[in-house]
Design a binder for this molecule. Structure first.
Ligand SMILES: Nc1ncnc2c1ncn2[C@@H]1O[C@H](COP(=O)(O)OP(=O)(O)OP(=O)(O)O)[C@@H](O)[C@H]1O
Ligand SMILES: [Mg+2]
Length: 282
């Protein structure tokens, strides 16, 4: 993870940690993340606590919601990037007729990926279940070496390296910008892969259902089994962010947006300072 200041000075994680008190007084932060390690999470948690303190927000509930929402959205971006490179690779393998490096197949993949209708047709062609398992495998291998400090066997190492290589070559990044003004705290998280059309539709409609339940005074019911999507990814992450807003008495439909194009996904989260100062713990 690195942080760029207004003067475009790039700091490493170590440098940020050593200067966190001073840095947290700033009004604008830019981060570039490659993963979501324990140190990165701790650092962001401390940073949020300090930003809230500088803005006279003495509300642990608010800190908790902002931090957990940020983690959820960053994790989505991380998984989204991994899923997309695997998906692209699978597609290429299907189209290159066993000839790696086939320029025509590469061009075809590019066209498919930038054309929404083709991309979604292909989405059904590349088996989602397999894709999901592959993403989980990669995350598990990352954890095995980073957290558990275990050795990977040859096959595992080869798989992980091939994905890391694809991520590096394709310049898949996650950028986060935090802006603090007198009235609001803004968080923008950006990654350079799209949300698939099916998922977009699912996200939109579940957010609507959740909002309707909120208006009926029972937003928490959204997490009951009868409302959960039966598909593999339940869309719980985004719902959890929404629920955080509802619990703070804020309307996520106005303050939290998920936008995506054929090339990228951007999430905006806005928190009015005054509302955070006044929000009562549940
Ligand atoms: N930044 C992103 N880039 C690409 N796809 C995304 C991104 N954020 C969300 N998605 C897509 O939107 C879906 C819904 O996200 P959400 O976090 O609500 O689901 P989830 O229950 O956490 O499941 P998942 O484990 O797939 O994240 C994800 O499954 C993913 O396909
Ligand atoms: Mg998620």
């Amino acid at each position: 993870m690195s942080h760029t200041e207004n003067q475009k000075k790039i700091r490493t994680k170590k440098e940020i940690l050593a200067n966190l008190d001073k840095i947290s007084e700033r009004k604008s932060f830019n981060f570039e993340l490659k993963g979501l390690t324990r140190t990165t999470r701790d650092l962001l948690s401390d940073l949020i606590d300090k930003i809230l303190a500088h803005n006279n927000i003495d509300n642990p509930e608010a800190g908790f919601h902002i931090f957990s929402s940020m983690m959820e959205i960053l994790l989505n971006a991380l998984k989204g990037n991994i899923r997309f490179v695997i998906y692209k690779d699978e597609l290429l393998k299907k189209l290159d007729g066993g000839k790696p490096g086939d320029k025509e197949a590469e061009q075809l993949v590019k066209t498919i990926l930038t054309t929404a209708s083709l991309r979604d047709a292909m989405d059904r062609y590349v088996i989602p279940e397999k894709l999901k398992t592959s993403v989980q495998t990669i995350l598990r291998l990352e954890e095995k070496i980073r957290v558990k400090k275990l050795q990977l066997d040859d096959d595992e190492a080869e798989l992980l390296n091939s994905i890391r290589d694809l991520l590096d070559k394709g310049d898949y990044r996650i950028c986060m910008k935090i802006v603090v003004t007198k009235s609001d705290i803004y968080i923008r998280i950006h990654n350079n892969v799209p949300i698939m059309l099916d998922d977009q539709d699912r996200i939109m409609s579940s957010r609507r259902v959740h909002h309707r339940l909120f208006l009926e005074g029972r937003s928490g019911d959204f997490f009951r089994p009868e409302y959960l999507d039966e598909k593999e990814s339940a869309g719980l992450g985004i719902a959890m962010v929404d629920e955080g807003y509802y619990n703070l008495g804020l309307n996520p439909i106005d303050l939290f947006s998920v936008t995506t194009s054929s090339k990228s996904t951007t999430i905006y989260m806005k928190y009015p300072v005054k509302a955070l100062q006044e929000a009562k713990p549940l």
